[in-house]
Design a binder for this molecule. Structure first.
Ligand code: CO
Length: 136
């Protein structure tokens, strides 16, 4: 059911400052930047070989990312697993007794469908499921 790690997401307070750090320390430039309305965040995607790091900054104090950073500081926020069919994956998780944060997928980066699992069911780590779709 899980096809691989789609991305690792890092919560930041200043996406430009973190991008500058990536350029200086790793020589990596962002591939993509986008505001995601469903979560009130800005995202920058960095490709590292075949893998992807996603920087996420809250755009308002009530954004989940802003709350996370206020409580725990900047750092790793979630790990995202790629799935082929997110509705089937969510049904499967439900049948396995996993608590879901998102009962229905939301539209995420680049028109993907995404849903978060409750960390209470997954060893205190926040996981996201991602079904990539063609951009419209
Ligand atoms: Co994500």
């Amino acid at each position: 059911m899980l096809q691989g790690i789609d991305h690792v997401a890092i919560a930041v307070t200043d996406i430009d400052a973190t991008l500058a750090m990536y350029k200086k320390n790793f020589g990596v430039e962002p591939e993509h930047r986008e505001t995601i309305d469903a979560y009130n965040v800005e995202v920058a995607t960095l490709h590292v070989g075949g893998s992807c790091v996603e920087l996420v900054q809250g755009l308002a104090n009530d954004s989940p990312i802003s709350k996370f950073v206020a409580k725990r500081g900047e750092g790793i926020h979630h790990i995202a697993f790629a799935v082929e069919d997110i509705h089937a994956a969510l049904d499967d998780m439900r049948n396995r007794g996993v608590d879901l944060i998102d009962d229905e997928p939301r539209v995420g980066k680049s028109n993907s469908l995404v849903a978060f699992l409750h960390p209470g069911s997954t060893g205190r780590v926040l996981y996201e499921l991602v079904q990539n779709r063609d951009e419209e």
